[in-house]
Write a protein that binds this ligand. Structure first.
Ligand SMILES: Cc1cc2nc3c(=O)[nH]c(=O)nc-3n(C[C@H](O)[C@H](O)[C@H](O)COP(=O)(O)OP(=O)(O)OC[C@H]3O[C@@H](n4cnc5c(N)ncnc54)[C@H](O)[C@@H]3O)c2cc1C
Length: 386
């Protein structure tokens, strides 16, 4: 077998890349190690409406439409903000599979139960039906998620240290009372050290209830904190599904080498604060597809992908990486001030027109104590505005 482009991993990054390439008339091979696309899954399934900038949505992918968010502190103080049409909670098992099917309809080829296990020159070594096979490529793309090996085979440093990850656990709970239009974030150093608990509605009486914690701050496993929260908040719920996972919170220095590039979680493009990575994964694949098209025509190099990433994604992610560093240093009293700020300035407000930086400015103005922390990121804000 030989293909111009071989993509390892059929998550949102890999399948959307296969789709975008096919739409440009470039048939690729997309391989997935599991026996089903979209299963098993580690995700809370929340996406912003900006997903529509890249993909035409289908009704059957959408479990709920969100129009606001609730922020709750561990002591019970809570406020709700409005953000009309902020995003969706997806059914990713259907979404992931349909995305791959769309790529196939447009001309891509998909092989399941095909695991990339190594590289020899311009050939990918795969294990398929218990046999070892070789697949030739001109360009290889690592879309193989947070555990990516493709980058490592080419000498890209994709390792993550303990302070560079969120460690996560989640249940799909049924039999609970929730507002299906509001996603909830529960914060506090005792309830979710270095992270937060999310309640993402998947219908009127069910939700993805999960947690991400920083392993350097948490004394227990994420499941310990999550179980405790569910016992207190949803004592009568039933558990339909459990999952665990890791989200990277460290931006890579290099995203391509020779004739390989990384997209999505393999490129560590998840938001360092929220842990969200679906839209960034698809965005990176959009950029990769246009660069690959030109490179195959002999115009430009894969390093152009890094330049496009820097312009369109990395600047914002770097600011958020700094903000996470600050968040990890917050003290108990800082959390109280934060929640008081939210109750006073954001409660029951429509925040769709207020940017992150504007909120940050309001925060510093209202609580001069945060100026001390702002010193870390002001140079970055200046850089962004230039
Ligand atoms: C607990 C948790 C909650 C999350 N919640 C959200 C959320 O609400 N919103 C959001 O936007 N993001 C969320 N994320 C992040 C989101 O899941 C990822 O950003 C997204 O899945 C990235 O897509 P991807 O295609 O890059 O990687 P993945 O979805 O991880 O896909 C990688 C694929 O590659 C395959 N693969 C790996 N190695 C090989 C190999 N050697 N050979 C063949 N195939 C291989 C895997 O089986 C997998 O199918 C969450 C993550 C976790 C862990």
């Amino acid at each position: 077998m030989e293909y111009d482009v071989v993509i390892v991993g059929a998550g949102p990054a890999g399948s959307s890349l296969a789709l975008f390439l096919a739409q440009e008339g470039i048939p690729s091979l997309l391989i997935e190690r599991h026996s089903q696309i979209g299963v098993p899954l580690s995700c809370a399934e929340g996406v912003g409406r900006d997903i529509e900038d890249y993909i035409e949505m289908e009704e059957r992918w959408i479990c709920t439409r969100l129009s606001g968010a609730r922020f709750t502190y561990q002591d019970g103080q809570s406020f709700k903000t409005y953000y009309p049409q902020v995003g969706y909670i997806l059914d990713r098992k259907i979404f992931d599979r349909d995305l791959a099917a769309r790529a196939v309809s447009s001309g891509a080829k998909v092989l399941i139960e095909t695991e990339a296990i190594g590289i020899e020159g311009n050939e990918l070594i795969v294990k398929r039906n218990k046999k070892i096979e070789k697949i030739g490529f001109k360009i290889l793309v690592g879309a193989d998620g947070v555990e990516s090996r493709v980058g490592r085979w080419f000498g890209l440093n994709t390792s993550l240290k303990r302070d560079e990850i969120h460690s996560c656990a989640q249940y799909l709970l049924a039999g609970i009372e929730i507002d299906p239009t509001v996603g909830e974030f529960v914060i506090g150093p005792d309830i979710a050290p270095g992270g937060y608990i999310w309640i993402f509605p998947k219908g009127k009486d069910r939700a993805n209830v999960g947690i991400g914690v920083s392993p350097i701050l948490a004394k227990h496993s994420p499941l310990f904190y999550l179980e405790r929260f569910i016992r207190e908040r949803f004592p009568k719920s039933s558990r339909l599904e459990r999952m665990r996972g890791v989200v990277g919170a460290k931006i890579l220095k290099e995203f391509s080498k020779k004739n390989v590039l990384l997209v999505g979680d393999a490129a560590r493009l998840t938001d360092p604060i929220s842990g969200g990575g679906i839209v960034n994964a698809i965005h990176s694949s959009k950029l990769a597809s246009s660069v690959i098209k030109r490179v195959l025509k002999g115009d430009g190099s894969l390093k152009d992908y890094e330049r496009r990433l820097e312009e369109e994604l990395l600047k914002e992610l770097k600011v958020r990486e700094k903000l996470r560093e600050i968040a990890l240093k917050l003290k108990r009293e800082d959390f109280s001030l934060l929640i008081q700020f939210g109750m006073k300035n954001l409660k029951d407000r429509d925040i769709s027109q207020i940017g992150t930086m504007e909120i940050f400015g309001m925060l510093i103005k209202s609580t001069p104590r945060f100026l001390r922390l702002a010193g870390h990121i002001l140079p970055l804000i200046g850089f962004l505005k230039r």
